[in-house]
Ligand binder design. Sequence first.
Ligand code: ADP
Ligand code: MG
Ligand code: MG
Length: 318
Amino acid sequence: KKLPLQRYEYSHPQMGTIFRIVLYARSVPQAQAAAQAAFNRVDQLNQIMSDYIPDSELNQLSASAGTGKEVKLSPDLWQVLQISQEVARKTQGAFDVTVGPLVQLWRRSRRQQQLPSPEVLAKAKAATGYQHLHLNKKNQTAKLLVSGMQLDLGAIGKGYAVDEAMEVLRQKGIKIALVDGGGNIRVSKAPPGTKGWVLDLSISNETDHIGGKQIYLKHGGVATSGDLYQFVELNGLRYSHIINPFTGLGLTDQRRVTIVAKNGTNADWLSTALSVLPIKQALTLANRTPKAGAAIVSNINGTTQQQSRRFRQLKWVK
Ligand code: ADP
Ligand code: MG
Ligand code: MG
């Protein structure tokens, strides 16, 4: 006779956050082995996608910028860059993983408490632009055309990692699970006796609030962008860690975006892309992305709330 399913929970620090797994299994060894394998996969992806580890695959690729070299990519880096470039084209560069030089400047502004000079900013912008990243599908290679280019997967890597961790759990025989990588969530199947994983989707700013509500989710991904702690305040303006590639500076309009999508990867890139795009285009992109829903709270010209079609149709707990 089969043992009953029991709930197990594990956590593991990685990618500057804490990865958490909740899963249902029939024994401690099964649960532990599955969680361990999933966390190993996250570690492996960090070694590929990190912009902090000097010899990560991503940084080795960035180091080839301007040399004319075509660099062979691992299947994971290929996949993430392929998706990223598709999103960059769809958003006319609002989402752009070549923002590395601008992210470096943002970090420096935070340390030094001052904005970059126009010259420094112009130089970083010259080494930015998804059209300078060429992918060769046949050989699965990449070429960075401009020297000084630096790729940054901060807006998609954690979403991809939670999807891959879920895939490992599935291969280990775990069907019911939740993987959370710092608010990038992926769920699979409802826990026993429930209508789904209960997820808190309330988003708010100082003056306004959407939700205070929870949904049941059986399959899919969730992400929120607009983290309250990730900003630098200079001359009375708050610059978010999400960069507007057109100005080269952090966003200043304090928008908060919550996404429900078919997986963690889509939720992650959508939450960043919809933070940068003008509100109308943001909603259009949400409505055009299969199985995606978005709720946006912003306070440009007074407070506004917007919800895409599918977000309004979500099944709320109460
Ligand atoms: P989080 O840091 O919570 O994962 P996001 O998923 O929105 O939030 O990712 C923000 C990160 O993505 C930034 O810290 C930076 O590394 C990178 N980034 C910033 N601006 C952009 C942009 N316009 N397009 C793509 N990536 C960006
Ligand atoms: Mg993101
Ligand atoms: Mg993210």
